[in-house]
Ligand binder design. Sequence first.
Ligand SMILES: [Zn+2]
Ligand SMILES: [Zn+2]
Length: 115
Amino acid sequence: MSQSPANKPVNIKVDRTAGLLAIDWGDGHRSEFDAVSLRLLCPCAFCQGEAGRPGWLDTNPTLTSIQTQLVDARLVGSYALAPTWADGHDTGYYTFEMLRESCRCSECAAKRQPS
Ligand SMILES: [Zn+2]
Ligand SMILES: [Zn+2]
């Protein structure tokens, strides 16, 4: 699987104080995720469910400040990032492709609008 520069991070910054994850991509674009949005994207089986079964996030849980406190983020191979949350949850592997697709800036949001 070849990675396009747009899905390849050149710099990843976790700002624990502000609760922000910032990624600079190979094509010069920058994505910023606030901790709450990032937590809601968690792709793990527990949060999103699997095999047709709903996950924890499907129950519209009220997230506590502990659950949305970003502690750290580690690289998984060269394809994903796994954030660690203050409640100990760290099983969500966010692929770079998915993170780029979920970029919250207005430019990317506009691109996702059906034309
Ligand atoms: Zn999860
Ligand atoms: Zn963007």
